[in-house]
Design a protein around this ligand. Structure first.
Ligand SMILES: C[S@@+](CC[C@H](N)C(=O)[O-])C[C@H]1O[C@@H](n2cnc3c(N)ncnc32)[C@H](O)[C@@H]1O
Length: 283
């Protein structure tokens, strides 16, 4: 047990409520892939969401209106644009549902020693690093997953071929193994797993296993508060770590539960591990 929660179980709960019920210094490693913040999204109330909204308003030419001395007709046009832009922002699907201040505070409370992985979008890195620095002076590593076949982009953007994972530790022993020690991992996008487990942002199981093999010991407790399709818990289970996980969305929770029982989203029992399927070229 870990407080009122059973180990090696996952829960369909809001993690901000659940984490408060986890006792102090009870978890060896926190491994999460948080809801990403994108510049192209909508409005929100967190600091980073406000900044993204402001950036977007400025990009759309509707920011800082009141500093300008414009003719009434120009003001009217801009006001209309501003109204439309606001509506677009409200309609858009910005993933800002991440209260990083509460989350970081609580994770430092529940970890025995700082040992935490946070997958996030580039826009979240600055805030997260600043927040983490309030609790520890340890170095933060930026680990990456480099994708060999990203979706092409036609607009004024770089390819989205790198994903970032912050890793913070204090007084944690790193295990040996040349491959485990690599800060980057390269593979095609995770299409086989996406198809099998029906989650848009699923991470490569093999990579999560590597991270956990490097930074945790057998029977250590690994906690994931944004489970998605359950990759962290499956990885922990396969390498002999204990786990606990939380997912707010009932559909993803059910997928993760089935996945932990070896059943894919279409109800098929898996006969190969995800990594074996990737090696066999099922993508
Ligand atoms: C980026 S995805 C995680 C994907 C996961 N790494 C995988 O490999 O499948 C983040 C997940 O967090 C869940 N989530 C968002 N807010 C949450 C909350 N307050 N409590 C628990 N889960 C939450 C979302 O439903 C989503 O499935």
């Amino acid at each position: 047990m870990i407080g009122e929660y059973k180990l090696n179980e996952i829960y369909n709960e809001d993690c901000y409520e659940a984490i408060k019920r986890i006792p102090d210094k009870s978890v060896d490693c926190v491994y999460v892939d948080v809801p990403y913040l994108y510049k192209t999204g909508g409005a929100g109330t967190s600091d980073i969401a406000k900044r993204a909204t402001k950036n977007k308003m400025e990009l759309m030419g509707v920011g800082n209106l009141y500093e300008k001395n414009l003719k009434p007709s120009e003001n009217l046009r801009i006001a209309q644009n501003k109204k439309k832009a606001k509506q677009d922002l409200l309609n858009a699907n910005l993933s800002d549902g991440f209260d990083y201040k509460t989350f970081i505070k609580e994770t430092f409370r529940i970890m025995k020693k700082p040992n935490m992985f946070i997958w996030c979008s580039p826009m979240q890195i600055l805030d997260l690093m600043n927040e983490i620095n309030k609790y520890t002076v340890s170095t933060i590593n930026i680990l990456t997953w480099n994708k060999t076949n990203p979706i092409p982009t036609t607009n004024n953007n770089w390819l989205s071929d790198i994903e970032y994972c912050l890793y913070v530790r204090d007084n944690i022993k790193l295990n040996d193994g040349y491959e485990l020690k690599s800060k980057w991992y390269i593979s095609p996008i995770n299409k086989p797993d996406k198809d099998l487990y029906n989650h848009p942002t699923i991470k490569p199981l093999e990579l999560v296993k590597r991270h956990l093999l490097h930074t945790t010991q057998e029977n250590d407790i690994v906690a994931d508060f944004f489970l998605g399709s359950g990759t962290t818990c499956v990885a922990a289970k396969e390498i002999g770590r204990k786990y606990i996980g939380f997912e707010i969305d009932k559909k993803y929770y059910e997928i993760a539960k089935d996945r932990l029982n070896g059943i894919s989203a279409d109800g098929q029992m898996s006969i190969f591990t995800d990594f074996e399927q990737m090696k066999m070229g099922f993508d």
